[in-house]
Design a protein around this ligand. Sequence first.
Ligand code: S3P
Length: 261
Amino acid sequence: MNQLEILRESLGQCDEIILDALLMRNRIVEDIMAYKKSNDLPILQPEQEAKQKEWLEKRMEKKRHKAEVEDVFRSITMNSKRIQSRKLFNYNIVLIGFMGAGKSTISEFLKNSFAMEVIEMDQIIGEREGMTISDIFEVYGEQYFRNLETNLLIEMQSKTNVVISCGGGTPMRECNVVEMKKNGRVVLLTAKPETILDRVKDSHDRPLIENNKTVPFIADLMEKRREKYEAAADIIIETDGKDELQICEELILRLRQMDNK
Ligand code: S3P
């Protein structure tokens, strides 16, 4: 063997070690999940991720290839999250609720916690049409926008393990609810009108309330929609006074309870 062949053989041995370690790590991730489930512990433990980051930072201090190693660990962490989320949710999570109920915020939190893909319906529709939601309403009318929503929901049925963050009005159409449920569990997020007003007061991309940002108007529209929201929901989560972590833990627990049935 010449020097090059020897080096290549050593590299191959390294890869074997990495591969075995990765397989072992993934098994441990699954075992941790199972342990948390059977002992009713919270699935999300962000402090654990912070600890791992800190450990790596210390271990790699002033070392060569710090950025490269960190990149690999980022990828390992992402994949652990994916393993967890696929085990937890073999369907799509469809978030519904009034404007400002927290659909986008909770989607983002789920994305960070479980490396799940997020389909932000308003954003995708806006991008595809090359217009803001307000402009779509103004130029083509609400019906046109609602049809785009229905088509997008149908398109999403071919995916699995994604979070679909609906527009506030999406579940008002019965056909949309039918489409959501084909491959999704529907989670209704609720909040008091006062909370909603506080969350939406500074944004200007919601044509239905743009000129009526008041508690009575919001309360009235919310009441008109309540029955349809509740009929569409598999689970309902109140968001007032809770942080994202609490809301997501509740969401995970309630979805798991649905599955255990
Ligand atoms: C709407 C809610 C908005 C957006 C559009 C119509 C509604 O979405 O789809 O302005 O009918 O409630 P958000 O709930 O994300 O604000």
